[in-house]
Write a protein that binds this ligand. Structure first.
Ligand SMILES: [Zn+2]
Length: 46
C-alpha cells in the first residue's frame, strides 16, 4: 500500500519495517521532506 503525500503528492516511501517515512495528520500522510519544509504550518498546505 503506497501512501501519497497530501502536500506534494509524491509517493511516501516506507522503511523495511513498513513504517512510512513521514507522518499522519488526521487520515492524511505528509512526507518527511514536506514536514521539514513547512514544520507545524504543514497543516495549512494539506
Ligand atoms: Zn511531500
Amino acid at each position: 500500500m503506497a501512501e501519497k503525500c497530501a502536500v506534494c503528492k509524491e509517493k511516501v516511501e516506507q522503511t523495511f519495517l513498513g513504517k512510512i517515512k513521514g507522518t499522519f495528520i488526521g487520515k492524511k500522510v505528509v512526507c518527511s521532506s514536506c514536514q521539514k519544509k513547512f514544520g507545524k504550518d504543514v497543516v495549512k498546505h494539506i
